[in-house]
Design a protein around this ligand. Structure first.
Ligand SMILES: C[S@@+](CC[C@H](N)C(=O)[O-])C[C@H]1O[C@@H](n2cnc3c(N)ncnc32)[C@H](O)[C@@H]1O
Length: 273
């Protein structure tokens, strides 16, 4: 745990040069807040309101450097991280936002090796987050009743490079009787989550977490009542409010607009046996 450096000699050895942009690399071209583009180095020119960006020119540059557009605007080359990809997936449904993913991960302690069962794959945004969290040895069993949504989610999960962690079932979860796994965490993001509480009980290990994502108070209330009637304990419902602050010298204050004023209430519960 403690690393003591005994010498002041410069450290030698090979440090992997992974900061140079190579052909085919994903690059986030950052201009300003909410003005960025996810591109592939070497692709055709990108046309934006800030001018044209030559994507061949960025090959060989370093992440963190800036490229100049035809209109003289500087865009910083950022290496995309998971949220950059999740927020840009193709969507056919409402998706779960990073602020809510954060609390799900923090309160369940989600990590490598966990088995997760998810009902309501939708566009696959949360599935991608969950799969990344349980990588490389965990697994996410996700269920989506609509084939068209499942096909899009599969495409998004593949694009994120997490298909080896996910089993995507095109199936109505409420009809599911048996499960070939026992999950550490169950996540439910459907309009009527209380209808699948008995199935989730069967899919979960004793003491496993159930997390319900409900946009309205009514849904959250009905879910909590059902969880209480199905021997779940340690039940709590929360809302994550993310308030942006305009930080400027001498006049820092909350922004006048909130981009996401409300997304969902998150209910957490644990299975007692
Ligand atoms: C709000 S979306 C989920 C969005 C997803 N969490 C995301 O981040 O992309 C809800 C999805 O649940 C699916 N669904 C609803 N009831 C279901 C059930 N009983 N079994 C499987 N999928 C269901 C719907 O078709 C819809 O795609």
């Amino acid at each position: 745990l403690l690393k003591e450096t005994e010498t002041t000699e410069p450290q030698t050895g090979s440090i992997r040069d992974d900061i140079t942009v190579k052909e085919g690399d994903s690059v986030l071209l950052y201009l300003a807040p909410r003005k960025s583009w996810l591109v592939k180095a070497g692709d055709a020119d990108l046309h934006t309101h800030a001018g044209i960006i030559n994507l061949k020119k960025i090959i060989g540059m370093k992440f963190g450097q800036s490229v100049e557009s035809s209109l003289g605007r500087n865009l910083t080359l950022l290496r995309p991280r998971l949220p950059d990809k999740i927020m840009r997936i193709q969507r056919l449904t409402q998706i779960v936002y990073p602020k809510d993913m954060g609390l799900i991960s923090a309160l369940t302690g989600l990590g490598n090796g966990d088995i997760v069962v998810e009902c309501g794959t939708g566009s696959g945004a949360l599935t991608i987050f969950l799969a990344n969290a349980v990588s490389p040895t965990g697994r996410v069993y996700t269920f989506e009743s609509r084939r068209d949504f499942a096909e899009l989610a599969a495409k998004n999960i593949r694009k994120a490079g997490l298909e080896h962690i996910v089993e995507l079932n095109v199936e109505d979860f409420s009809r599911k009787e048996k499960f070939p796994f026992k999950a550490d965490v169950a996540v439910v993001d459907v309009g009527d989550p209380w209808t699948i509480v008995p199935q989730m009980r069967r899919a979960l290990k004793g003491s496993g977490f159930l997390v319900g994502i409900c946009p309205t108070f009514n849904q959250a209330e009905k879910l909590v009542t059902t969880l209480e009637g199905n021997e779940f304990v340690d039940i709590g419902t929360y809302e994550v409010i993310l308030r942006p602050i305009d930080a400027r010298e001498g006049r820092t204050r909350p922004s006048t607009r909130m981009v996401i004023a409300h997304s969902a209430f998150l209910t957490f519960a644990r299975k007692s046996t």
